[in-house]
Design a protein around this ligand. Structure first.
Ligand code: VG1
Ligand code: CO
Length: 542
């Protein structure tokens, strides 16, 4: 029943910011997926007797990949696998199932916000026992195993039926198909005051949730419409499609433009929200006001005590380095720890496990808490709803109050996509080389007050992560960060993150791009962007 197949290393199997992402056709090549999964089993010291969770965002190749993973798991001695019905699990729901069932880990199949389809992207990520993305030490082992692989094990059996809830047997391994939504919805009910949110909807509060044809559709229907009583139709694009309706399931003002347009129109509901391919990102828009993810993190942290799960207060707040300093100001006021980690959710795991932080967030529209070990799109939306239900005010009023109290951190990310890798690397290398002389220099009217390359010393396990982005601090509260994306599948994506603090009692009503003009211009000059990559106009500004 079990076969051992010969194989050899395949190039390019190094996990990035969030698992291994490639063009779908690459994943479909013979042995590509098999090698990576077998290498993961090698890295976790085999599958013998283990319990795993498997599910994905429903994109093209999800179902086929799950069957392959199950067969390899069975042949590697795994005792039991919990799978979402039809192979569907959002990333946060998978994280929850790992924790709830005391599983040893799990595979999540997604390329997140990247488009799906045979000519688009696919991805696989391994999460560990705590429910969080494999930490760097483990991803390094996985990569090493892909470089020395000589064989993989697989069960020569038929596919297992994943459409019906219940248990079945695959070559001696138990396969339990569970409802994709139920356990997750129950967790949300424990965390938030559903009665208060329900009452708010009954009083006429209106909302539009754009699931972007991705995995959160069923979750949003079940939670917002069925349990919280939001009117039918509150959830838009709620049926997951294998190609996300040919869109980018990326919840930001560019890719969720229809929602943005609605929220800026006279017909705007009280709250607009969206989530990404695998349900871990969120976008929050009030009537006439877009809330940047960095601000959202700060505002959620400042108000979290209004929700039952956080009424005792927060132990600390963590943000990824390129995320704005807005949440640090909240942490300072609350007298709790503020942590700055490299980009990627895997770096929050240790801080959450050690109880050092309760809430975490990234500028890329990820927010989450210690309820799971992933960022969680619907969780953020529900926390916003809970806060609005208690504070009984509009998003706009809440945002303005926050800025009045803490000042405003103007923020934008500028993405330069499909840059030739050599040129992107040259830009980073040149900047790195210039770092020692940059302090004190000026460009575009701004003087550099600090210049360094971020490296992270994990305060929990002592591990060190180098080269996590180049930072330029400017006199007057501005900052520019340069980093190369670790989730792209073509060429290099150069990200430039700019922020400018208004100061307390400063002007908080400026247009963001106007407020950031100085920092952006200085960043272009110091990086010699035009000379190195041949352009200064970003493809996407969020
Ligand atoms: C991007 C974001 C990062 C996020 C990662 C995974 O990574 O910047 O904040 O954690 O995507 O998000 P990068 O390396 O491309 O900048 V998800 O929702 O795509 O899994
Ligand atoms: Co995602």
């Amino acid at each position: 029943m079990f076969e051992t197949k010969e194989t050899s290393p395949i190039e390019g199997q190094k996990p990035g910011t969030s698992g291994l992402r490639k063009k779908t056709r690459v994943f479909m090549e013979p042995k590509f997926l098999e090698n990576f999964i077998q290498a993961t089993f090698t890295a976790i010291d085999g599958g013998d007797g283990k319990m795993l969770v498997v599910g994905g965002d429903g994109r093209y190749f999800n179902k086929e990949a799950i069957q392959t993973i199950l067969k390899i798991a069975a042949a590697n001695g795994v005792a039991k696998v919990i799978v979402g019905q039809n192979g569907i699990l959002s990333t946060p729901a998978a994280s929850h199932l790992i924790r709830l069932n005391g599983a040893d880990g799990g595979f999540i199949l997604s390329a997140s916000h990247n488009p799906g389809g045979i000519d688009e992207d696919f991805g696989v990520k391994y999460n560990a026992q705590n429910g969080g993305p494999a930490p760097e030490g483990l991803t390094e082992k996985m990569f090493a195993a892909t470089l020395s692989i000589t064989e993989y094990k697989i069960a020569a059996v038929d596919d297992v039926d994943l459409s019906a809830i219940g248990t079945s047997d695959m070559a001696g391994m138990m396969v339990q198909v569970v409802d994709s939504v139920e356990d997750y919805a129950r967790l949300m009910e424990e965390l938030f005051d559903f009665e208060a949110i329900k009452a708010m909807f009954q009083d006429g509060f209106t909302m539009c949730f754009d699931a972007m044809h991705a995995v959160t559709g069923p979750y949003a229907h079940a939670i917002l419409e069925d349990r919280l009583g939001a009117p039918k139709g509150t959830v838009k694009n709620g049926i997951p499609l294998e190609d996300f309706g040919k869109g980018h399931p990326d919840p930001n003002p560019i890719w969720a433009k229809p929602l943005m347009d609605l929220m800026m129109s006279d017909a705007a509901p009280d709250l607009g929200a969206a989530s990404d391919g695998d349900g871990d990102r969120n976008m929050i828009v009030g009537r006439g006001i877009y809330v940047t993810p960095s601000d959202s993190l700060a505002m959620l942290a400042a108000n979290a005590h209004l929700a039952p799960a956080y009424k005792g207060g927060l132990s600390g707040i963590a943000r990824s380095m390129p995320t704005s300093a807005a949440s640090d100001r909240v942490a300072e006021t609350l007298g709790i720890g503020a942590y700055e980690t490299p980009t990627g959710w895997k770096f929050f795991g240790n801080l959450l496990d050690a109880g050092k932080v309760t809430i975490c967030g990234e500028e890329s529209a990820g927010t989450g808490s210690n309820h799971v070990r992933e960022k969680d799109g619907l969780w953020a939306v529900l926390l916003w709803l809970n806060i609005l239900a208690v504070r009984k005010q509009s998003v706009l009023d809440l945002v303005n109050e926050h800025w009045t109290r803490f000042g405003r951190d103007y923020y934008s990310r500028y993405d330069f996509e499909a840059v030739e890798s050599d040129k992107a690397n040259t830009l980073m290398d040149n900047l790195r080389a210039a770092l020692p002389e940059l302090a004190g220099q000026s460009a575009n009217g701004l003087a550099v007050s600090s210049a360094d390359e971020f490296s992270y010393d994990d305060p929990v396990d002592g591990s060190v992560s180098l080269n996590q982005g180049i930072r330029l601090g400017f006199e007057g509260g501005g900052r520019a960060v340069f980093r190369l994306s670790g989730t792209g599948t073509q060429g290099a994506t150069l990200r430039l993150y700019c922020e400018q603090y208004s100061g307390l009692n400063g002007d908080v009503a400026k247009d963001t791009q106007v407020a950031l003009k100085g920092v952006f211009g200085a960043a272009l000059e110091f990086s010699k962007m035009q000379d190195t990559i041949g352009r200064i106009t970003p493809d996407v500004i969020t």
